[in-house]
Design a protein around this ligand. Sequence first.
Ligand code: DP6
Length: 412
Amino acid sequence: MEDAPIYMATVSAPTNIAVIKYWGKASSEYNTPINSSISVTLDPTDLRAVTTVAVSRRFTKDRLWLNGGEEDCNNKRFRACIDGCKALASDLVVEGKVVISKEEWADLFIHVSSYNTFPTAAGLASSAAGYAALVAALSELMKCKETFKGELTTIARQGSGSACRSLYGGLVAWRMGSAKDSWKDSKAEQLVDDWPGLKALILVVSDAKKETSSTTGMSTSVATSKLLAHRAEVVVPERMKAMEEAIKTKDFAAFGRITMQDSNQFHATCLDTYPPIFYLDDVSRQIIRMVNIYNEYHNEIRACYTFDAGPNGVLYVLEAHLVELTALALHCFPPPNGKVNQYLNNADLAKKAMAYSVDTTLSNKCPQGQMGDVNKFYATQVGPGPQTLDVKADGTLDPVTGLNTYQPNRTT
Ligand code: DP6
């Protein structure tokens, strides 16, 4: 057994940022939500999780490395993904020969090494990308075959709810499903594969780990917030329809309005939770004010904001207004060391935004933050779902030992 071959797969998965938020579980056993949600999958060029999985008859237990450090893999979420994928596995065929039969997968152990290219647990949906990458990598290795469309998303959902939406690119809905038939219909579905010209500007206010995890926060909210119950029963079903229509017709003004209202209501349910949960901070509120002043100045919704379980702001804007919005955001939230190029990930946009002169009637109305209030800007756009990478070039498990090779200080 010691020299048994190792088979591997490496996959990258994107993050996603919800425009109709998932907050509250209907079943913690199946990890299903009390309302449906919609998100935008972001381009994985800057923000992605990369996961390598390996199988071998020589492995004696499952092992997991996250960002270079070994973690305990005997947790329910990880197990649900491994066992869920094993149940859909096919024969593994190498050079025309079955090297692992469909029936054998159940008894074999898996090694997993995963890393993020963005801050973990800072409210930038790193668990979404992470669990989506895990399921996509296992599916690639095990040649999983879905028995119904979206079945893999029901597995990723059990890792982290929002992860089910990261298995597709474009704009994605997660249908809440129903308790009948073990919540099999609580799954993600792609609404459109792209919205050309839709850009996202992420303002990283803090990359510290959040104080209240989403899982804990939503369980307290479900137990104590009547506003959350009303939201799930009445508000979200209406908003889902209106948002799907806005996406279908590429109506940015409607998309932007609903996105902001839904972010506001999610944070209102956090405040309505007892004891209350605070994810937004003073800088987040300045970002909200800036966007509202910008829209008022133009007398139309040109940009919108949304905030997850953390203070970081995600702004959506159409390409035509990206330079102006970035210039305004740089004015309101200047880089800590004055160096825009180190602050904003896109050099071309940085150049254009610095050359753009924002009308002083607009900039004077906007809040003026301190240098360093925002410590990073990421400009990005709608992106594709998971992608299979080259194990040799991008894998982070040693092909000879099956052990982790990822070093946390690696930049790519
Ligand atoms: C605020 O998917 O992280 O980002 O299912 O417990 O892992 P678990 O929760 P998670 O919650 C995400 C909450 C949110 C809103 C959203 O992405 O829809």
